[in-house]
Design a protein around this ligand. Structure first.
Ligand SMILES: *[C@@H]1O[C@H](CO)[C@@H](O)[C@H](O)[C@H]1NC(C)=O
Ligand SMILES: *[C@@H]1O[C@H](CO)[C@@H](O)[C@H](O)[C@H]1NC(C)=O
Ligand SMILES: *[C@@H]1O[C@H](CO)[C@@H](O)[C@H](O)[C@H]1NC(C)=O
Ligand SMILES: *[C@@H]1O[C@H](CO)[C@@H](O)[C@H](O)[C@H]1NC(C)=O
Length: 469
C-alpha cells in the first residue's frame, strides 16, 4: 500500500504547494498594481467599473495604454482562476477515486499539462505587463513613449521581437540611430491568433513546417512578418542543383523541395496536364515546352498581344541590364533575359505550387514579396519592369495607383515599363488606361485587343521620361 499511498500524499502536498504559489502570484499582482494606484480601483469591481476607472486615469499616464494593461491583468486573473478550478476538481476526483492507482508517469503528465504549463503561461503574462515608466525629469523634449503595438500581443516572443533594441552603452550605430526597430505589418494585430501560432516555437529548435501560415499572414497584410529564432526545415536530402548551362531549361530535381503542403508531390505532377495540380494561376507554367516559346514570337494565346523580348531590347540596345519581373511565373522571363545578359529578379509567391523553389533551382533570383510592400529597391535604379498576370482587373484602383507610383519610383529615367497582356473589362478600360498614362511615359508600343466578348487585353511598352527638377 505504501507504494500507492506515498505518491498520492506527495501529490496532494504538491497540489497544495501549487495553490500556494498561485496565491503568491496573486499577491504579487495585487501589490504591483497597488504601487501604481490601480489598487484603489479595486480588482473586485465589475469589469465596467474597472474599465471606467482605467480610462479615467488615462490622463495621468499619457502615452500608456491602460486598456491594454487591464486586458492583460484580466487575462492573468482568468488563467489563474481556471487553474485553481482545475486543481480543485482534480483534488476532488482523487478523493472520490479513493486509492486509485496513480502511476508516476501519469502524475508527471498531470503536473506538466495541468499545473506547470498554465502556471508558466500565467507567469509569463504577469511578466509581460508593462507598467508605465516613471517619467524621468531629465529631458522633457524626448519623452520615452511605450511602443504602440507592444500591448497588443501576449506571446512573449512577439513582444521581444517588436521591442526596440537600444544600442549597447548609449552608442550611436552606423546608421546614426540609438535603437533598432524590428517592424511588423500593422495587420498583424488583426490576425493575432495566426501570428501567435506562427510565433509559438522553442527558440533554437526546429520550426514547424508552417510556411502556408506565414504566407497567409503576409498576403493578408501582416507583412513584414516577424523574424523567428527557430531552424527552418529543408528537404530530406538536398542534391547539388544543376549547373547553370542546364538548369535554366530543365525541370529541377523534385527532391530539393519540401512537398508536404502541396497537392502535387513532384515537378512532373505539376508539369503533367492533370486538373489537380493545385494551382490555377499560371497554369502550364511548369510545362517547359510551353515555357520555351514564350516571348520568342510564337504566342500560345493567339489573340493576346505579345511582344518579343528581342524587339523590346531593340528599343534600348545595350541599355537594359537589370530589371524586375513582377508577376506570377516560374522564372522563364528571367531565364530568357539572362540569355541576353540581362539580370532579372522575379517576384514569386508559393500559390499552390513551389514557385520560389522552382525559380531558384533554375538558377534565377526569386523575390518573395506581396503586393502590400514598398519594393526594396532604391529610386531610379531599374532599367526594366515587366509585369504580367496579377493586376488583371480585380485590383482596387487606389491600390494599383500606389503600386504604379512605386514602380515609377524605382524605374530609372529612360527605363522601360512593359505591361504584358493586362486584361480587364471593356467598360473599365478607360480607368486603367488613365492609370498607365498618368505618368506621361513615352509610348513605344501600345496594343489593345479583345480577349472575350466583354474583356480586353492591353500590352504596352512605355519609357520613363527624365525628370530633372
Ligand atoms: C535635452 O535635450 C536637448 C536636445 O534634445 C539637449 O540640448 C539638452 O541638453 C537636454 N537636456 C538634458 C538635461 O539632458
Ligand atoms: C555545363 O558546363 C559544364 C562545365 O561548366 C560542362 O562540364 C557540362 O558538360 C555542361 N553541360 C552541358 C549540358 O552543356
Ligand atoms: C514559330 O513557329 C514557326 C511555325 O510553327 C516555326 O517555324 C518557328 O521556328 C517558330 N519560332 C520560334 C521562335 O519558335
Ligand atoms: C552575353 O555575354 C557573353 C559574355 O560576355 C557574350 O559572349 C555573349 O555574346 C553575350 N550575349 C548577348 C546576347 O549579348
Amino acid at each position: 500500500m505504501r507504494k500507492v499511498c506515498s505518491p498520492r500524499c506527495c501529490k496532494l502536498a504538491r497540489v497544495m504547494g501549487s495553490i500556494q504559489i498561485l496565491l503568491g502570484g496573486l499577491v504579487i499582482l495585487v501589490s504591483i498594481t497597488s504601487l501604481f494606484r490601480f489598487y484603489s480601483a479595486g480588482f473586485f469591481m465589475h469589469d465596467e467599473d474597472i474599465c471606467k476607472h482605467f480610462y479615467g486615469v488615462r490622463d495621468s499616464y499619457s502615452g500608456f495604454d491602460t486598456k491594454a494593461l487591464s486586458d492583460r491583468v484580466e487575462e492573468v486573473l482568468m488563467k489563474m482562476a481556471t487553474l485553481q478550478d482545475q486543481l480543485e476538481s482534480t483534488v476532488q476526483k482523487i478523493d472520490k477515486d479513493g486509492r486509485g492507482s496513480i502511476d508516476k508517469s501519469e502524475y508527471k503528465k498531470f503536473l506538466e499539462d495541468e499545473v506547470i504549463q498554465p502556471l508558466y503561461s500565467a507567469h509569463i503574462s504577469l511578466r509581460q505587463i508593462r507598467l508605465p515608466k516613471v517619467q524621468e525629469t531629465r529631458n522633457a523634449s524626448t519623452p520615452s513613449v511605450e511602443d504602440p503595438l507592444i500591448n497588443s500581443f501576449v506571446v512573449e516572443e512577439i513582444r521581444k521581437y517588436i521591442t526596440a533594441k537600444t544600442n549597447r552603452v548609449g552608442k550611436v550605430n552606423i546608421y546614426g540611430t540609438e535603437k533598432i526597430y524590428n517592424t511588423i505589418g500593422h495587420a498583424c494585430v488583426l490576425m493575432k491568433e495566426d501570428l501567435e501560432e506562427y510565433m509559438n516555437y522553442d527558440i533554437g529548435s526546429y520550426c514547424k513546417d508552417d510556411w502556408p501560415l506565414a504566407q497567409k499572414l503576409m498576403i493578408n497584410g501582416c507583412d513584414p512578418l516577424p523574424r523567428r529564432r527557430c531552424l527552418t526545415r529543408a528537404s530530406k536530402l538536398y542534391l547539388r542543383p544543376y549547373s547553370i548551362n542546364e538548369s535554366l531549361w530543365k525541370l529541377p530535381d523534385g527532391r530539393n523541395v519540401r512537398w508536404a503542403n502541396y497537392q502535387c508531390r513532384n515537378f512532373e505532377c505539376l508539369e503533367a496536364k492533370n486538373p489537380k495540380r493545385g494551382y490555377t494561376k499560371c497554369s502550364g507554367c511548369f510545362e517547359m515546352e510551353k515555357e520555351k516559346i514564350k516571348w520568342m514570337g510564337n504566342s500560345s494565346t493567339p489573340n493576346a498581344p505579345t511582344f518579343r523580348i528581342s524587339d523590346v531590347l531593340e528599343v534600348k540596345p545595350g541599355e537594359i541590364r537589370i530589371g524586375l519581373d513582377f508577376g506570377i511565373g516560374t522564372g522563364t522571363f528571367a531565364a530568357r533575359m539572362r540569355e541576353q545578359n540581362v539580370t532579372i529578379i522575379s517576384t514569386a509567391l508559393n500559390l499552390g505550387a513551389p514557385f520560389n523553389e522552382m525559380i531558384a533551382l533554375r538558377g534565377l533570383l526569386p523575390l518573395y514579396v506581396t503586393l502590400n510592400q514598398r519594393l526594396p529597391f532604391f529610386d531610379n535604379t531599374m532599367d526594366l519592369i515587366h509585369t504580367i498576370g496579377f493586376l488583371d482587373g480585380w485590383i482596387d484602383l487606389q491600390l494599383m495607383d500606389f503600386i504604379l507610383f512605386d514602380w515609377d519610383r524605382i524605374l530609372r529615367p529612360g527605363g522601360l515599363l512593359w505591361v504584358d497582356r493586362f486584361f480587364c473589362k471593356k467598360t473599365e478600360l478607360d480607368d486603367f488606361m488613365y492609370m498607365f498614362l498618368q505618368f506621361r511615359y513615352k509610348k513605344h508600343k501600345w496594343v489593345i485587343s479583345p480577349k472575350s466578348k466583354d474583356e480586353v487585353y492591353l500590352s504596352a511598352l512605355l519609357e520613363k521620361p527624365p525628370r530633372s527638377l
